[in-house]
Design a protein around this ligand. Sequence first.
Ligand SMILES: NC(=O)c1ccc[n+]([C@@H]2O[C@H](COP(=O)([O-])OP(=O)(O)OC[C@H]3O[C@@H](n4cnc5c(N)ncnc54)[C@H](OP(=O)(O)O)[C@@H]3O)[C@@H](O)[C@H]2O)c1
Length: 253
Amino acid sequence: MKHLEFGKDIPDPMEPYLAVDRSGPRHECWVTGHMVAGLDGTAAIDGKVGALSTEVDQKLFRQMRQIADVVLVGAETVRKEGYGLVRLSDEAKAQREAEGKPPTPPVAVVTGSLNLNWNLKLFKAAPEHAPTMIITSAAADPDKLAEAKKHATVVIAGEERVEPAAALQALAERGHEVVLCEGGPTLLGEFVAAERLDELCLSIAPVMGGDNLPVGIMPDGGGVHHFELKSVKGEEHTLFLRYEVAKEGSGHE
Ligand SMILES: NC(=O)c1ccc[n+]([C@@H]2O[C@H](COP(=O)([O-])OP(=O)(O)OC[C@H]3O[C@@H](n4cnc5c(N)ncnc54)[C@H](OP(=O)(O)O)[C@@H]3O)[C@@H](O)[C@H]2O)c1
């Protein structure tokens, strides 16, 4: 065991995240999860993330979207948070365009029920370069599917449920190599269970007493998955941890 001590200030907190090599995913695309948890592991307070997230964490959350070719989110998070569109600074947009990417990434919502508020800006005001996507299964209700197609680009990925591998394959075919999964816990658990999570950026907020909702919910039989700690940063009593999935043969898997 070793002491971790605070080092130098990081002038640009995004710099270490932008420097990560995400060019070698295990499967279809590189998937980064970005979540915040309380000290008791809670993922929400009164159904929302807001009170868990310090100012620095919220800023990092918004900035992290710069790394994404697509932002993936579960439908319950969209319903509870009234999810909006991705906004980036002019500088971040320019950097992306210089790399041949659209200025902002699209959001892709995973849903079986298709019970979504189509009046959200997420659907009504998506920019032409980043139309919002709906990822659902072949079992979706045909009438709701027809309605969804009026508001978003619909992708079918799986028969009864959305299969993470099929969803990522569809995203890869559209040229999306880096997928930023912003939760919620159910969606994150599905991707971990399917061995599709490559990286986890987890903020630990100095709070206890939120909802009885852990930051990741594994489906039954989802297995045990190991990660390696790659970096630790801190600010305002919040920890910013970055993990990557343990590589085969590393002794940590
Ligand atoms: N702490 C954090 O970092 C963080 C991040 C995000 C969200 N949250 C919080 O987490 C809560 C919501 O999380 P949650 O776990 O309840 O829900 P969630 O993961 O956001 O969404 C679950 C929904 O996604 C759809 N879904 C997920 N996997 C699917 C699959 N394989 N096939 C088809 N549909 C699938 C289903 O939508 P349908 O019901 O439409 O079929 C399911 O009900 C909110 O309170 C939010 O504030 C916290």
